[in-house]
Design a protein around this ligand. Structure first.
Ligand code: GTP
Ligand code: MG
Length: 186
């Protein structure tokens, strides 16, 4: 799979009109790992400590669609200023890139289930009218009961369609890639 690093953005945002899909979610939920699993190489930095990714990192897949890795939310040890900066960057990103964003993948830990911040994220995307899809991560770490519980919680929030993934085991790769590649031409 052809993949290319296009850049890291902390202030200025991309100006092109290439379609993109975005990976959002709690810090440490597995955004960068999932991108690496999908493209088959360690192109996005995976951190041992949460809250490391401070910039928006952009990758171009097959010369056609961009994968966007954004900084995670909900990391307790982040200062108030940092949180404000994150919020400002995200709002600007979604406002400026709205027309180019084909889908936002909202990553949620299979074992933990949706947190309050995930709820807010989904509410906000609905309010903005941005297309999104919930992706459960790290399924290898959750047992059947935990997985069902997470799915139940999501259904309560009105989320019916979910893709279950594990970056470690490659679960969900085909399904998600198919979705991304189908997205590119619309
Ligand atoms: N067991 C298991 N561990 C995973 C999986 N995906 C990610 N991890 C681990 O979870 C930790 C965080 O992964 P990242 O991919 O850096 O998470 P992130 O969401 O990009 O984190 P930030 O950039 O800090 O927001 C790392 O230690 C990964 O090795 C998975 O599918 N299974
Ligand atoms: Mg990351």
């Amino acid at each position: 799979m052809k993949v290319e690093f296009l850049g890291s953005y902390v202030k200025e945002l991309p100006q092109d009109s290439i379609k993109e899909v975005v990976f959002v979610g709690r810090s440490n939920v597995g955004k960068s790992s999932l991108i690496n699993m999908l493209v088959g190489k360690p192109i996005a930095k995976v951190s041992k400590e949460p809250g490391r990714t401070r910039a928006i990192n952009v990758f171009l897949l097959e010369d056609q669609i961009k994968l966007v890795d954004v900084p995670g939310y909900g990391f307790a040890k982040v200062s108030k200023e940092e949180r404000e900066r994150w919020k400002e960057l995200m709002e600007r990103y979604f406002n400026e890139r709205k027309d180019h964003i084909k889908c936002v993948f909202v990553l949620i830990d299979s074992k933990v289930g949706p947190t309050e911040l995930d709820r807010l994220m989904i509410e906000w995307l609905r309010y903005k009218g941005i297309n999104y899809l919930v992706v459960l991560t790290k399924s290898d770490k959750a047992d059947q009961r935990e997985l069902s519980e997470s799915l139940k919680e999501l259904r309560k929030m009105g989320v019916q369609e979910v893709i279950i993934t594990s970056a470690k085991e490659g679960r969900g790769k085909k399904e998600l890639l198919k979705m991304i590649m189908e997205t590119r031409s619309h």
